[in-house]
Design a protein around this ligand. Structure first.
Ligand SMILES: [Zn+2]
Length: 336
């Protein structure tokens, strides 16, 4: 079994060579947007490091005990660390506890592994504590860090890691990967389109039965907002953000913004004369209407404003303020 990844062939190749030539690095920092495959790549690397029967050097078999337990997240030599919630804070006590565990010899594997997810959420004292571990490496320990961007991580940490930056894939690559996993081709095309080049997101969409009805609601909300007065737009924000700032609310907001961004991008391509994307998004009628009724400059501005809001919200900005600013920037579409 080769590495079970959609896309990112260069990264898989690089890591397999590292392992096959016994040049495993002490720490890897895998960067890229949410859902692009950072955690999946880290887990594949973890499996390849501890697999008991690798079919080829640098591969993993997928069925030995370490391979199965790593996939299930229950391997005793794999320690996972992350902030308490998306947009939360990774704290120094968590890093200290990890350090105590890493000081011990592996329980059963060749390597003791630490998976530090969303390390951009580490606060400065947690990052500084980890730096100590990187400066005084223990043998048989590999650290696997993930983060949105290398810029969001302490430079002294980045310089001690092998940096792997994952980019978003094309919808065609994502769709191909989904079809290879047995997803119906129409569903695969749709999910690939919505996912903005991120296979993790596409897999979730293609396996979530409610994703399509949620998406239909998000599309019709956008239409209502574009045709609505400012008062209606602000009432929508009020409803969206009522009850404060839970991680769940933030994730839902990200889904809304990502869906809107995909629609605006598709409308932009359409207004520049491109033919409809494969699979055809569920909001096709709205995309057509936007491309017909708004000028290319208005559409490009809306793409930029939505993109900016998405970045702000994923960086933990105040939800309500971020959405209100977007409402002010959205163009108006005439009813009918
Ligand atoms: Zn194995």
């Amino acid at each position: 079994m080769t590495w079970d990844m959609i896309g990112h062939h260069w990264a898989v190749g690089l890591l397999r060579r590292n392992l096959a030539q016994a040049r495993t690095r002490q720490a890897y920092l895998i960067c890229g947007p949410d859902g692009v495959g950072k955690r999946t790549l880290a887990l594949q690397l973890a499996a390849a490091l501890n697999c008991e029967e690798p079919p080829e050097p640098g591969d993993s078999c997928g069925h030995c005990r370490p391979c199965r337990l790593i996939a299930a997240g229950t391997y005793p030599d794999l320690h996972q660390l992350e902030a308490d919630r998306l947009g939360g804070v990774l704290k120094v006590e968590q890093v200290r506890q990890l350090q105590r565990q890493l000081a011990l010899a592996p329980f059963e594997g060749r390597w003791r592994l630490a998976l530090l997810l969303r390390f951009h959420e580490a606060n400065p004292s947690a990052a500084n504590a980890l730096l100590k571990t990187l400066e005084e490496p223990a043998s048989q320990v590999v650290l696997l860090l993930t983060a949105r961007t290398p810029e969001a991580v302490l430079p002294t940490i980045v310089s001690r890691c092998e940096l792997i930056s994952l980019r978003t894939l094309t919808p065609a690559e994502v769709a191909e990967g989904l079809i290879g996993r047995g997803v119906d081709p129409v569903q695969a095309g749709l999910a690939a389109n919505l996912a903005g080049g991120r296979p993790g997101r596409a897999i979730r969409l293609s396996t979530d039965e409610r994703a399509l009805s949620r998406r239909a609601q998000i599309v019709s909300d956008l239409l209502a907002l574009l045709e609505g007065q400012l008062g209606e737009r602000f009432r929508y924000v009020e409803k969206m953000t009522r009850g404060g700032e839970s991680g769940e609310r933030r994730e839902k907001s990200l889904e809304v913004l990502e869906t809107w961004l995909a629609l605006w991008r598709e409308a932009m391509h359409r207004s520049f004369g491109a033919s409809p994307a494969i699979g055809g998004p569920a909001g096709d009628g709205l995309v057509e209407k936007i491309a017909r009724c708004l000028g290319p400059e208005q559409i490009v501005s809306a793409v930029e404003a939505t993109q900016r809001t998405l970045e702000d919200v994923s960086k933990n900005a105040n939800l309500r303020l971020a959405f209100e600013a977007l409402m002010l920037e959205m163009p108006v579409l005439n009813r009918g």
